[in-house]
Design a protein around this ligand. Structure first.
Ligand SMILES: *Cc1c(COP(=O)(O)O)cnc(C)c1O
Length: 429
């Protein structure tokens, strides 16, 4: 089914089953462990925006490294089948493909909030004239804490130095023209534009290229937090040109709770050793890393921001996950994503219930797979009702259900079934 065939959607179980039968990515569902209830029945999992499912191969790859550790001990750094010293390198290419970057622009290290701080150490360099940061008003709490603490650490005050890109009164989404107006007014005072993409609450995808061009036009650095974007939207980081981006791998990238984060530094900064940065031995050039007594000489590109030798046991599940992405192809994933989320949207609209509103943009190019559904007068009991009916989705106060059909493991039938449960819950209210 193609995007253009959207008008052919039907509100029947048989349609959902046919769509699954025709889905070229349907076979990937088998590669994941689906969560089950206490009777061993599969639950319908629509919460990949929060924690992605476990690839079956993750266990094997973790076990392989536990065995290497047991059998080779320190020699595992060089003698393991995939030597630990270069383990992160096999992740760089598939990771770069997903975010549309060159391999040297991407590294997997630390966790998201840590990487965001490291990037701001390098790319938020305030001066008396230019000390402000712009974030979206509904930024994820961790991002907001991180930028405020960076502002304070550099001797400024968030009350003066933090600008919010806000939806207009009575609206839920941010308009690009309002960011343009904000830049026109304050552009010369802004050091960094840092946007979470796509927005964790509304599911809105912000235009990376346009925001980057706008920021650069005013001489600002531009960064993105792709926590909800990576593996979900087409970020095309190299061509779109932001200075940096950071993300986690446990949401749409299915790499396990608290798994390592990713970091992108644009090629234009690859060889600039004058950029201030926090440094550690793993960012030092490989050939002289173990000399121990030489001055810091960074690896070219994103790897030069590494601090520590990486946790191999945490990288092993990422390897399992990225293999699946490489096999499926991100373009195909994005195509199914638009189709399956389009189907979810169609079914919600077909409920014809004026208690329900979709906060997420209707244009598929302005969102990923998640739809944020606002239910008038609903409370947490709605979420509990879903749980009792075997549907896992997520609830945000005060009245929003976030539903994210993940194209690698969700089926059209999952989406259809979820809507049947929603219908039943609404009938009870
Ligand atoms: C999930 C998420 C985080 C989480 O940060 P961690 O450092 O991985 O705990 C941060 N920012 C955004 C926008 C998120 O969606």
């Amino acid at each position: 089914m193609l995007e253009t065939e959207k008008k052919h959607y039907q509100n029947t179980l048989s349609f959902a089953k046919q769509a699954d039968a025709a889905d070229p990515l349907a076979r990937f569902r088998e590669k994941f462990n689906l969560p089950k209830d206490e009777n061993g029945n599969n639950l319908i999992y629509l919460c990949g925006n929060s924690l992605g499912l476990q690839p079956k191969k993750a266990r094997e790859y973790v076990a392989e490294e536990l065995n290497n550790w047991a059998e080779l001990a320190v020699e595992g750094h060089f003698k393991a089948k995939t030597p630990w010293t270069t383990y992160h390198e096999i992740l760089a290419k598939p990771m770069a493909d997903i975010v549309g970057a060159k391999p040297g622009e991407v590294v997997i290290m630390n966790t998201l909030s840590t990487n965001l701080h490291l990037m701001m150490v390098s790319f938020y360099r305030p001066t008396a004239k230019r000390h402000k940061i712009v974030i979206e008003s509904d930024a994820f709490p961790s991002d907001s804490y991180a930028v405020k603490s960076q502002i304070k650490e550099k001797g400024y005050n968030p009350d003066d130095s933090l600008l919010l890109w806000k939806p207009r009164p009575g609206e839920d989404l941010c308009r690009f023209e309002d960011l343009e107006a904000l830049m026109q007014q304050h552009g010369e005072e802004i050091a960094l534009v840092m946007i979470g993409n796509s927005n964790y609450y509304t599911g809105q995808k912000y235009p990376i290229k346009e925001i980057t061009q706008l920021g650069h036009q005013y001489g600002c650095k531009v960064g993105f937090d792709l926590a909800h974007g990576v593996g979900n939207i087409d970020a095309d980081l190299h061509d779109n040109g932001p200075d940096f981006a950071v993300w986690c791998t446990y949401k749409y990238l299915n790499s396990g709770p608290g798994a390592l984060g990713g970091c992108f530094v644009h090629e234009r900064h690859a060889n600039n050793n004058d950029i201030p940065r926090f440094t550690g031995w793993w960012g030092h050039k490989m050939d002289s890393r173990f000399n121990m007594r030489v001055d810091f000489d960074p690896i070219e590109g994103a790897e030069g921001w590494q601090l520590s030798n990486p946790p191999i046991l945490s990288m092993a599940p990422i390897r399992a996950s990225l293999e699946i992405f490489a096999e499926a192809g991100f373009k195909n994933i994005r195509t199914k994503s638009k189709n399956i989320t389009g189907y979810l949207e169609y079914l919600i609209n077909d409920l014809n219930d004026d208690r329900i509103a979709i906060l997420t943009p209707t244009n598929p190019d302005e969102r990923g797979c998640q739809l944020s559904i606002q239910v008038k007068n609903a409370d947490r009991s709605m979420h509990d009702g879903f749980m009792q009916a075997g549907i896992i989705c997520d609830w945000r106060e005060p009245d929003v259900i976030r539903v994210a059909p993940a194209p690698l493991y969700n089926s059209y039938e999952d989406v259809y079934e979820m809507i049947q449960r929603l219908k039943e819950l609404l009938a009870k209210k």
